[in-house]
Design a protein around this ligand. Structure first.
Ligand SMILES: NC(=O)c1ccc[n+]([C@@H]2O[C@H](COP(=O)([O-])OP(=O)(O)OC[C@H]3O[C@@H](n4cnc5c(N)ncnc54)[C@H](OP(=O)(O)O)[C@@H]3O)[C@@H](O)[C@H]2O)c1
Length: 353
């Protein structure tokens, strides 16, 4: 029986409270399945939860487990689970957390089958960002007559919202750093840099079209005022707080929640059909969970940050180090620890949390 590990923390706090604890393969109770996790997404809101910033909404019991998104393989099923087999590939959400682990027990209703042509890392990072994006875009009932402004447009949630809004026929004005503008054009949006003068730039690119909706992912202090000045009708401004409330609902959605399953199924199909292309900004080995969260916290992601749980051989890890981001990380550790970067690239000085 494979021994694994799980992310755990026993008090509210920063990255330093996070531990990787050993985990034995659990048993499936009636109506449950045991999933061996292959990939799992990271979300800001889980960081806020761990830091105690959501205590008015969700009170944690300690020790707490982390992670809501996941994709993996069914390894056991409890009594009453008839429509999934051992070995089936699934994706879904952990209603009480715990997907940042080797093993996860969830009620059958918390998963859908992973479409064959959706990659593990995309499936593993789709749930929370994807359901939030669909819920926001659907709520606005966007159509070809709409012009919508989306902030943090290249981020984990924003890049899915942009594609869904574009797919609905809307004109999408995407706020993001100039380094993301080529990408934002590729997904059919009109990119605009945020900061001083953004209102004029939005008007200029709108070219006389009325701005009919505004989605503020980032939580800019002037976003609501900006939307008002742009003439966005009342009720068509989605604030960062609205988005947070949607995320909180999905974070703890019960397994039997029909809407959640419907949204995830719809999204998985959109990804399979390539109507939505999910970008992976960083794909980290599981033992680099803290570094993966640090990466997310920098808020420079273009797409999702995801962790992979399967054992990585030394050779594979060398490949991983070839990415620019990973090289920076390796060099930073080497500097901090005074170690030889080649030793680390060989995997013998792994900076486990
Ligand atoms: N209200 C809440 O409770 C709540 C919950 C979750 C997330 N959020 C916030 O929503 C934003 C997007 O979330 P996400 O899950 O999609 O995270 P994400 O993937 O980390 O978002 C990264 C994106 O945020 C953008 N960004 C960073 N600083 C910005 C600024 N000053 N103004 C505008 N955009 C900025 C970046 O754009 P560029 O790289 O193009 O600069 C980057 O593409 C984040 O800022 C996050 O903190 C709020």
């Amino acid at each position: 029986m494979r021994i694994g590990s799980a992310v755990q923390y026993d008090r509210y706090g920063d990255f330093d409270v996070v531990e990787l604890v050993p985990q034995e393969r659990p048993e499936a109770g009636p109506g449950e399945i045991v999933v061996e996790i292959v990939a799992a997404g990271l979300n800001h809101i889980e960081r806020f939860l761990r830091e105690g910033k959501l205590r008015d909404h969700i009170e944690l019991e300690f020790p707490a487990r982390q992670g809501v998104d996941f994709a993996g393989i069914v390894r056991a099923r409890g009594d009453g689970v008839k429509d999934l087999r051992i070995g089936d590939e699934v994706m879904g959400h952990a209603p009480t957390g715990g997907s940042h682990a080797t093993w996860l027990v969830v009620p059958r209703g918390a998963v859908i089958k992973k479409p064959e042509h959706v990659g593990w890392e995309v499936a593993g990072g789709l749930y929370l960002a994807g359901c939030t994006a669909v819920s926001v875009v659907r709520g606005l009932k966007l159509g070809p007559e709409d012009t919508v402004v989306i902030t943090a447009a290249a981020g984990g949630v924003g890049h899915i919202e942009c594609q869904l809004a574009h797919d609905a026929g809307a004109t999408v004005i995407a706020l993001g750093s100039p380094r993301n503008h080529d990408y934002l054009r590729q997904i059919g949006t009109l990119p605009v840099a945020y900061g001083d003068g953004e209102e004029d730039r939005i008007r200029a690119i709108a070219d006389g079209r009325p701005i009919t909706a505004f989605i503020d992912n980032h939580g800019e202090s002037n976003a609501e005022l900006l939307a008002e000045r742009l003439g966005v009708p009342a009720g068509r401004f989605v604030s960062s707080e609205d988005r947070r409330d949607i995320e909180i609902r999905f974070l703890r959605a019960p397994a039997e929640d029909e809407e959640t399953r419907e949204l995830l199924t719809l999204l998985a199909k959109a990804v399979q059909d390539r109507r939505v292309q999910v970008l992976i900004s960083g794909f980290y080995p599981f033992e680099y969970i803290v570094e993966a969260y640090e990466d997310l916290a920098e808020m420079k992601s273009r797409g999702k940050v995801v962790i992979g749980m399967q054992t990585v051989e030394k050779g594979a890890r060398l490949d991983w180090y070839r990415s620019e981001k990973a090289r920076d990380l390796r060099d930073r550790y080497a500097e901090e620890r005074g170690t030889d970067t080649e030793t680390m690239a060989g995997g013998t000085a792994s900076p486990a949390p």
